[in-house]
Design a protein around this ligand. Structure first.
Ligand SMILES: [Zn+2]
Length: 301
């Protein structure tokens, strides 16, 4: 009987597709551990489904305090403003504790973002992805999009200063304002791929990268477009949806709704006033002693 229960339990575990990754949390306060583990487990389950990938059995997350510790653990030159780094080949996430809660998003976004890097790199078998895809997916997965990103993209289009996508490969050397634009544009690359080519297109693209196809070959095979054609379509997508004119034209609906609310409110107030006047007239009819309410009666001289 016990064997039967165990078998049913294992089958259920397989059916629910629970992520089997164990997260080792180093230097994390005991009070924070349960919450962080839950965020990571949920993100792992979503990533495995979305990317059709198995995460490694163990991932280590280290919280560090100083830049020196950060450099020695991460082993690379990270920008000063970077709150964290993922090192997929070592299944390692390093988070700079003082910046953890000053990340553009919240702490949960940061964990989701870094785990997305690890999952994505495993998915493409550590072949090189363009940075705008790599960062774009991590930001998109973590839902890192707000008004600041919208302003950055709309402003750059207005001033004709959008970054060419391949220039985003140098994102780590960017100063902060440029980095925001780079991340925002990258987010929208992945958003555009999902909108235009769907999950299937996205997975096919990753298949070609995993097979080691060249940069150009990946775009042509997965999306049937040369990269420059993809970039033209992507820019059109931005100007249709994320430019100042697009934002203003999308607000037309809002103005119409506001106008309807104002008119409806005006009518309601007018009706209420009328009903109060009618009630007063009615009350006056019964309280009056001179019976002058009849409109047909001539007023007394
Ligand atoms: Zn990142």
């Amino acid at each position: 009987m016990r064997v039967l229960h165990l078998t049913i339990f294992l089958l259920l575990l397989l059916c629910t597709g629970a992520a089997a990754t164990d997260f080792m949390l180093v230097n994390v306060a005991p009070a924070d551990q349960a919450h962080m583990r839950r965020v990571l487990n949920q993100a792992a389950t979503r990533l495995e489904r979305l990317l059709e990938v198995d995460l490694p059995p163990e991932i280590t997350l280290v919280l560090i305090q100083t830049q020196a510790q950060y450099d020695s653990v991460a082993g690379g030159e990270m920008p000063e403003w970077g709150a964290a780094a993922a090192i997929p080949r070592r299944n390692l996430i390093v988070i700079r504790a003082p910046l953890m809660d000053n990340y553009p998003g919240n702490r949960e976004n940061l964990l989701q973002h870094e785990l997305a890097h690890i999952a994505l790199q495993h998915r493409v078998r550590f072949n090189r992805l363009p940075r705008f895809v790599e960062e774009g997916f991590a930001a998109w997965f973590a839902g890192e999009w707000g008004l600041n990103n919208l302003y950055a993209v709309a402003g750059a289009q207005f001033t004709n200063s959008l970054l060419p996508l391949r220039q985003i490969d140098d994102v780590n050397s960017f100063k902060h304002p440029e980095a925001r634009l780079a991340y925002s544009q990258s987010y929208l690359v992945v958003h555009f791929i999902f909108e235009r080519f769907g999950e299937v297109g996205w997975l096919e693209y990753l298949d070609y990268v995993a097979q080691g196809a060249s940069f150009e070959e990946c775009w042509r095979s997965a999306f049937h477009l040369a990269f420059w054609e993809f970039e033209v379509e992507y820019k059109k997508f931005l100007s249709d949806n994320y430019s100042i004119t697009a934002i203003l034209s999308n607000m037309t609906g809002l103005w119409i709704i506001l106008a309807i609310v104002v008119i409806a409110g005006f009518i309601m107030i007018k009706r209420r006033k009328q009903s109060v006047i009618d009630r007063w007239k009615e009350e006056e009819k019964y309280q009056s002693t001179d019976f002058d309410y009849d409109q047909d009666d001539s007023p007394w001289d």
